[in-house]
Design a binder for this molecule. Sequence first.
Ligand code: NAP
Length: 350
Amino acid sequence: MRAWTTTCLGSPRQALSFQPTRPVPSLPPTNPRLVLIRVTHSALNPADLVLLHTAPPWLPFRRSPVPGQDFVGEVVALPANPLPAELRGLRVGDRVGGATGLWDVALGRGSLAEYMVIDAGSVAVVPEGIESRQAVGLMGIAGQTAVEMIRRAGFVPGDGKVARVLVNGASGGVGTVLVQALKGMGKEVVAVCSAANAEMVRELGADEVIDYKVHDPLERHLAAEFGEKQFDAILDCVGNQALYAHSPGYLKPDGKFISIVGGWSQGIIPYARNKLLPVFLGGVPRSFHMFLLSASGETAKKAAQWFKQGLIKQVPIDSEFPLEQGIEAFEKLATKRAKGKIIINVAGTS
Ligand SMILES: NC(=O)c1ccc[n+]([C@@H]2O[C@H](COP(=O)([O-])OP(=O)(O)OC[C@H]3O[C@@H](n4cnc5c(N)ncnc54)[C@H](OP(=O)(O)O)[C@@H]3O)[C@@H](O)[C@H]2O)c1
């Protein structure tokens, strides 16, 4: 099969190697949970780039790891023994999607290859009517993260809660899904992005768009405009520490600040301070939540359901590359300017 592998730590050009004739992986008889998928589409996430720089490819259990987490493809083989009861719905020939879990990433079982072996618990069937290149962004890391942020913010479809929500980083893979899903649930959405992406974000449903380049510092603008009509939740896809530090100026006292960027990647000190420092010692009197997504078939399924219910109408696609142009795709990701998802068309199909 054709596949990308990682040969050393570094930039995409240093770390990635294209293999035109790598052996197709087989299902090990010792693990009853693994399935073999013929990948048609993959999509990139910022974490894929981080892993090129940080996840050593020379560890004994991780030789020649294949990068890539998001996938859509067809189930081509199931284990010889029946899958565990909760996973038995899967059939050979099913079109499935999802993202690799942390263990798959650790072992280098990635999606930038024509075939991948993956834990059946990370896989969900793609419902009829969702194009594969849409499904790969929706059911992959970005869509699953948006679903999880909304769950942690305390919103569910049909909850009838009136809420004003700020989405910071609204034009990226996660933000574009967040804006639509929140709007689809009837929330008032205020979105932060640059002028270049404002029209797209408005079309996705944002009630108001704030250009972070014009309103710098953002927190001063928010305090002036939203001091009297505070947010119920702030969903931060950028990792803006000042946005949290000043949040009492525009986030309700019982509001939630949910971040997906920071922690170890920005140093553990701000995370620990946000999470643990009591108010009487200078802590910010607003609840702070941060998480690392644990991708699962269940969350992928929920993202697909929200699409079928019309809460999410589209996954904006920044660009699409054939598998052979993996390096160009990674270089696009590295610009941090993608408007939606960067898709890899692995099988070369529509
Ligand atoms: N914790 C987790 O489990 C988890 C899961 C998924 C993602 N993440 C992290 O979440 C972040 C977003 O992920 P993603 O997939 O949405 O990334 P992405 O698609 O690469 O985001 C790119 C977008 O970010 C916007 N952007 C960059 N700087 C900005 C700023 N200062 N203010 C507002 N927008 C800005 C860019 O718009 P402009 O060109 O207009 O600036 C661009 O449209 C990444 O850091 C990623 O690593 C974490």
